[in-house]
Design a protein around this ligand. Structure first.
Ligand code: BES
Ligand code: MN
Ligand code: ZN
Length: 485
């Protein structure tokens, strides 16, 4: 879909729906003021009865308003003008788009970007295209009808195009997560990555089981052993920067279904475990957007794709694995599989001599206990790099929060029989022991680990987003790539 830039006034435009923004701390201006005049002061009357305040997220719908050539007007509160940031623009537009997309629509025109910076416009456009997409991929009776005709008033085509590229990356990541695990397994995920690479001009390598064996990825392969679906490793390369300049590496956990393996999860913990490839999905989504934006930077994206299942060949508690790096790992819980996958993927990433690494993984429930469902845990071996990653997340409104990497946590992953073991001594601090485990495989390279177990997947909807995959991390990764230029 292409979003068009329009310049008609709210009173002249023939459309299905107008989305108009209001601030909490400003008198009606721009499109809102025009709308007020055309409707003989309807907005003023709503303000008088306190039905309209412009507070952040407020949604008021006017049906069949007289004096206008539209079916409805959706008013969305933008809060304080001075406080409006990219996250606010994204959420406001997404909230309105989600509400509007409850029915099939013709042209929906967004009149929000009054005196907005390019960055706000881009985020708003992105939100308008993300909010209208639901998770009812396989439902005959849809909850959400993705908008097919979208217009943004008084913005540049370039800002629109960037917003669309971002939204496409976010929605791609969301779809990959939302696809059921019976359909989305290592091979089919890799096929999706190939399609993305072909369409956006990325180079791609897919390692199948045979290649993974030849590459001695014994840790990753062990996790997939109980599954009838063979494991894969995907390497996406984008070379927009100077030839030979060290790339940034983005590494994603792609466990397409996490049953827990022999350390099997109970039903409640397993229900949403199709989301365990959200890190890999974010990497693919971000690589697509980075390629579309033609950012002048070299980036490499790696996804470790496995299905963690039970079966006669499943890896076992007490097994000792030899990772690609040569380190041996004692398995004491087959449900701590993400770190086993990432151990090998991080080692492959190192081979490409990256300047810096970010990994994204739905790695631990402990991280959700620590930070809740909206915030990703950030762990690092390099404070400067962590600050850059954190600033990128802050800028786009994806919340990242540091967890301390005290050396004491490393003691918990010492093993009596192997170089390390794959769990800590108990469940306390589990997000950090997992981070410490990963640190063993980055060989001192500047590295940030984002545990996205909380924010990758919504159990229930938010005003601006339906439940299911959120695409968390895509916008942060794109922002990191932008800032690296
Ligand atoms: N994929 C899970 C973590 C997870 C939990 C993601 C909730 C999203 C929502 C991970 O593989 C896992 O099972 N971790 C274990 C680690 C433990 C066995 C050391 C956990 O968190 O319980
Ligand atoms: Mn697990
Ligand atoms: Zn997992």
């Amino acid at each position: 879909m292409t979003v068009q830039a329009i310049h008609e006034s709210v009173t002249n435009l023939q459309a299905d729906t107008l989305v108009v923004g209001l601030y909490a701390d400003e008198p009606l201006s721009g499109a809102a003021e025009e709308l007020n005049r055309a409707t003989q002061g309807m907005l003023t009357r709503l303000q008088e009865t306190k039905d309209l305040s412009g507070k952040r997220g407020e949604l008021v719908t006017l049906y069949a308003p007289s004096g206008l050539k539209v079916r409805q007007v959706t008013l969305i509160g933008l809060g304080l003008r001075s406080a409006l940031d990219r996250s606010g623009a994204f959420r406001a537009a997404a909230t309105a788009a989600k509400a509007v997309a409850g029915k099939e629509r013709g042209l929906v025109a967004f009149y929000l970007a009054d005196r907005w910076s390019s960055e706000l416009v881009e985020s708003g456009v992105c939100g308008s295209l993300v909010g209208c997409v639901g998770q009812d991929l396989y439902r005959a009776k849809k909850n959400r009808f993705p908008l097919t005709q979208v217009a943004w008033a008084n913005v540049s085509a370039a800002d629109i195009a960037r917003g669309e590229s971002l939204a496409d990356g976010v929605n791609l990541a969301r779809r990959l997560v939302n696809e059921p695990p019976g359909d989305m397994y290592p091979e089919t995920f890799a096929n999706e990555a190939v399609s993305v690479a072909e369409a956006s001009g990325l180079a791609i390598e897919v390692w199948d089981k045979q290649r993974l064996e030849a590459e001695r990825c014994g840790s990753l392969l062990a996790v997939g052993k109980g599954s009838d679906r063979d494991s894969r490793l995907v390497i996406l390369k984008y070379n927009g920067g100077p030839e030979g300049a060290a790339p940034i590496a983005f590494v994603g956990k792609g466990v397409t279904f996490d049953s827990g393996g022999l350390s099997i999860k109970p039903t409640d913990g397993m229900k949403t475990m199709k989301c365990d490839m959200a890190g890999a999905a974010a990497v693919v989504g971000a690589m697509q957007t980075i390629a579309q934006l033609k950012l002048p930077v070299n980036v490499i994206g790696l996804c470790g794709l496995v299905e963690n299942m039970l079966g006669g060949s499943a890896f076992k508690l007490g097994d000792v694995l030899r990772a690609r790096s040569g380190k041996t790992i004692e398995v004491l819980n087959t449900d701590a599989e993400g770190r086993l996958v990432l151990a090998d993927v991080l080692d492959v990433a190192l081979q490409h001599q990256p300047a810096k690494i970010v990994d994204l993984a739905t790695l631990t429930g402990a991280c959700v206990v620590a930070l809740g469902t909206d915030i990703a845990g950030l762990m690092t071996n390099d404070q400067t790099w962590a600050d850059e990653v954190k600033a990128s997340g802050d800028a786009v409104g994806e919340a990242l929060w540091p967890l301390p990497m005290f050396p004491e946590f490393s003691e918990q992953i010492r093993s009596e029989v192997a170089d390390i073991k794959n769990t800590g001594d108990g469940r306390w601090g589990g997000a950090i022991t997992a981070g410490k485990f990963l640190e063993e495989f980055v060989n001192g390279k500047p590295w940030v680990h984002l545990d996205i177990a909380g924010p990758a997947f919504l159990d229930g909807q938010k005003p601006w987003l339906d439940a299911g995959g959120t695409g968390f991390g895509v916008r942060t990764l794109v922002e990191i790539a932008r800032r690296a230029t």
